[in-house]
Design a protein around this ligand. Structure first.
Ligand SMILES: Cc1cc2nc3c(=O)[nH]c(=O)nc-3n(C[C@H](O)[C@H](O)[C@H](O)COP(=O)(O)OP(=O)(O)OC[C@H]3O[C@@H](n4cnc5c(N)ncnc54)[C@H](O)[C@@H]3O)c2cc1C
Length: 233
């Protein structure tokens, strides 16, 4: 229970709403809305907004409760989130096979085999990168390239022209280490290629140039959508 007996009615209602919100968010994740919380809590939306004027305010209050329950707070400059990843809930609407992350199993053209006309890409797809048993990770470098192949192949299917099977040979990781610079590795076995300031410069280039959207010009946009050249490391 979040509040004591001596709490005011207002505190008790707020605590009740927060308990319901915690359950709704745990069950529905990001997709949970203020309306879902109000409906499940059995209060009107106006009442909910009187207690928590926005979704952010509700989430902040939930975080405060979690910290109170925990009883301690560790100040830190860097937090590493290691709770795992999950494909968007939208994938659950496609009646097809999914992996443990909720990603749709796709063929080499990034097509969902059992559902005509549906392609999946990026974090929503489990796709083979090569014939060696490597599969795309939920990462920018895979999502950007897969997106170009999926778009190309969806258009190719509509136009009745040959598709281009998705393939992505290179794999790299670049981890920012704050004041210590960064570390850049290449290959699925993560062979270290750069450390310190040189790796940090690469990380900055990745975030500001490599994965950045193209200029708002026709030629730049089309060039950036060429599957064979997107994220070609
Ligand atoms: C905190 C964080 C840090 C990360 N850091 C890195 C990193 O350093 N390096 C790296 O490689 N990767 C990183 N990733 C992973 C990377 O961001 C993802 O792999 C990548 O963005 C996936 O691209 P995507 O296009 O598949 O999906 P997204 O980028 O998630 O795009 C999906 C889009 O679809 C929209 N959408 C969802 N449902 C619907 C719907 N029903 N109707 C309409 N639109 C909808 C979403 O709002 C979103 O805009 C990070 C991810 C997170 C969360």
């Amino acid at each position: 229970m979040i509040v004591s007996r001596s709490s005011s009615l207002r505190d008790r209602v707020a605590a009740g709403i927060l308990e319901v919100a915690a359950t709704v968010l745990a069950e529905r994740g990001e997709a949970a809305s203020m309306a879902d919380v109000a409906d499940t809590a059995g209060v009107g939306r106006a009442t909910l907004y009187r207690y928590f004027p926005s979704r952010e305010a509700l989430l902040r209050a939930l975080a405060d409760v979690a910290l109170d329950d925990l009883g301690e707070r560790i100040e830190s400059a860097t937090v590493i989130w290691a709770a795992g990843m999950r494909a968007a809930p939208l994938t659950a609407q496609i009646p097809a096979e999914r992996d443990n992350f909720g990603r749709l199993i796709v063929d080499r053209d990034l097509r969902v085999p059992s559902v005509p006309g549906v392609f999946a890409t990026g974090d929503a797809a489990r796709a083979a990168c090569d014939d060696l048993g490597n599969y795309a990770l939920m990462s920018c470098q895979h999502a950007t390239r897969m997106g170009a192949f999926a778009g190309n192949n969806a258009a190719a299917e509509l136009m009745g022209v040959p598709t281009k099977p998705y393939h992505q040979k290179a794999y790299a990781t670049c981890l920012d280490l704050g004041a210590a610079g960064a570390i850049f590795t290449r290959g699925w076995d993560r062979k270290v290629e750069l450390v310190g300031a040189a790796a940090k410069k690469t990380k900055q280039d990745i975030n500001t140039v490599w994965i950045y959207p193209p200029r708002a010009e026709r030629a730049a946009a089309l060039a950036s959508a060429d599957p064979e050249h997107v994220t070609d490391l």
